[in-house]
Design a protein around this ligand. Structure first.
Ligand code: ZN
Length: 213
């Protein structure tokens, strides 16, 4: 069953995982973490397929991050290693963890650089009954491939992440988990079209514009 994602998704939180692909951690000069590195994006940053990513005047370096996203089906807390996580997954979708890299670096912690309005394109729909173990994750700018990875390259799998996150905070229906990005992040410019494609899900396409336009 595929469900179109619209503005009515309204997650209580968007939980993101940093440095979950070895090659991306290296390209930014970071170590691979021993446990999942979690941060939050403001739910108000969420947009859907076709909406414009707006480059804020505060940043000179806004980058795309193509990611597999998990949408939560029902409340979960403190899942054990032997709990089946499937019943807690509504489905999977594409997500672009848009990041003001200069602000992220300057602030050290991630909140501002990750949470500008429009910085979380998600969609085009939620696909349930998908085996997410080894899916191609691709990002194209104006048709040119910038990121190309596979979900099998994740350091921590979707199943591991749901269990781990549920032990830190209660996950609620429609909460979103962004599972990290492969190598190849690059800068977005006004006039670009950024596409995130995940095998078995589809293409999330968003034009880019400047806040000055
Ligand atoms: Zn990310």
């Amino acid at each position: 069953m595929n469900e179109i994602i619209g503005a009515d998704l309204r997650p209580s939180k968007i939980v993101c995982v940093g440095r979950n692909y070895v090659d991306h951690a290296k390209e930014l000069g970071n170590e691979v973490p021993k446990a999942p590195l979690l941060f939050l994006k403001a739910p108000s940053s969420l947009i859907t397929n076709g909406d414009a990513i707006v480059i804020p005047h505060q940043s000179q370096q806004v980058e795309h991050e193509a990611e597999l996203a998990i949408v939560i089906a029902k409340q979960c807390k403190d899942l054990r290693d032997d709990d089946d996580v499937k019943e807690y997954i509504k489905g999977f979708t594409c997500l672009n963890d848009v990041t003001a890299r200069d602000i992220q670096r300057a602030d050290v912690q991630f909140t501002r650089g990750k949470s500008f309005d429009t910085f979380c394109p998600i969609g085009p729909h939620i696909v349930s009954d998908l085996d997410a173990a080894d899916l191609a994750v691709t990002c194209r700018i104006n048709g040119e491939v910038r990121q190309s990875g596979r979900t099998s390259q994740m350091v921590f799998s979707p199943t591991y992440l749901i269990r781990y996150i549920s032990r830190q905070m209660t996950l609620l229906p429609n909460d979103v988990i962004a599972t990290g990005t492969p190598a190849g992040v690059s800068k977005l410019a006004a006039g670009d079209v950024c596409e995130v494609e995940i095998e078995g899900i589809g293409i999330l396409s968003n034009p880019v514009k400047s806040a000055r336009d």
